[in-house]
Write a protein that binds this ligand. Sequence first.
Ligand code: HMG
Length: 410
Amino acid sequence: MKVGIEAIAFYCPEHYIELVDLANARGVDPDKFTKGLGQLKMAVATPMEDTVTLAINAGLKVLKNFNIDPNDIGTLVVGTESGVDHSKPVAVYVHEALGLRSNCHTYETKHACFGAMAAVSSASDWISCGRAEGSKALIVASDIARYPVGDPGEPTQGAGAVAMIISDKPNLLYFDPEIIGNYTKHVMDFWRPLYSKTAFVDGHYSIDCYLNALEGALTDALAKATVPELYKMDKLQACIYHVPFAKMAAKAHHRHFEVDKGEKIDKESEKFADVKKSFNEKTGPWLSLNAIVGNIYTGSLFLSLIDLLRNNTSADLKQISMFSYGSGCAASMSIAYPTPGFEKFKDKINPEPELTARRKLSIDEYENIMKISDSLDIGEAEEFSADEWDLTSDFLYLGSKNHIRQYEGL
Ligand code: HMG
């Protein structure tokens, strides 16, 4: 049985800032953000958009665009590291808003940015072992990435949700169940204590942790293959990665290339031209959405996947690799096969219209939003109005009453 992604949709907050504006406001050379990090724009969630509203909107979009009956969903998982309650999962709000059946297996997963990929693997196993009995799984990766204003991590924020239907009718892509490499290690590269709205990060160390995890997961994946040569880089038309910022995918591909070739290749070496060429063919072109959205944590890898699928045909893509990394840390390297004919669904997965309709914020407006977001949910929040933030979504966070979150549309 082939199991994989039948449908996918991305939902983005309605506002963004330009990273050139942010660089100017922080007194930084704009090239550092646009070339050094590879980021051009950053999605900004207003106080009325939270992980719940992003996840609901993405879930509704995937069901509607692919004409999927909510009664067919037997498992719902929301992968997130920016949930809204220490106890109540985001998934239950999504279950209610989407009108899913009461015997749906519903829960939330957390392992930094790895939470959604972990859910995709579990859902695939649930279907492969026959327990789904024809039902599908809905996996939603929903997050708002937050660092303190002025922090080196500030230009690597973002927000958004990717919803995916995992089933035994994988119209878009199916996974190789044998070749999944795993890696886990206790590291303090990035974390967010229960009392903090923003993440703490040891930035440069986090890059090392990510690359070590990639090497570990890739080595494990190849060790599981009966014929490892079938999964070497020259057999892959695309290599996609977790994308906290676009330049990180270039570093990731460099390490992937080195492991593949079994040698260290410095930037000064002549062979680095081969690394660059390979990156430009297999990874670079599929970072354009990440570059204008920012880090969406659990959904970042899948946003790059959407970019890959919307820009290719079955003739171009036969076999790809997908690397997921979650700080802390855990990682996986998977091999997947785009389904022949996936290009039929290009228009359904392309988020371009919504992204171009976003409204630009000034840095003052963005900083005001960050200030309000910092004080949200401490005691009783006042009720917000959609007009104040110029929002069009049917599902919005209104503030909290008697310590219960209130949502328009729910
Ligand atoms: P920084 O120290 O401000 O930046 O923080 P830098 O000095 O390292 O410069 C960044 C790049 O810009 C460098 O390129 C510079 O050379 C270049 P590189 O050497 O790396 O190729 N640069 C310039 N380029 C052109 N013109 C210029 C210029 N100036 C400098 N004028 C850092 C960078 C990424 C550390 C920071 O943004 C940060 O802490 N980010 C958050 C952490 C992060 O994203 N880590 C990534 C790996 S961990 C991960 O992915 C997990 C995560 O998603 C969380 C989760 O799992 O939940 C974060």
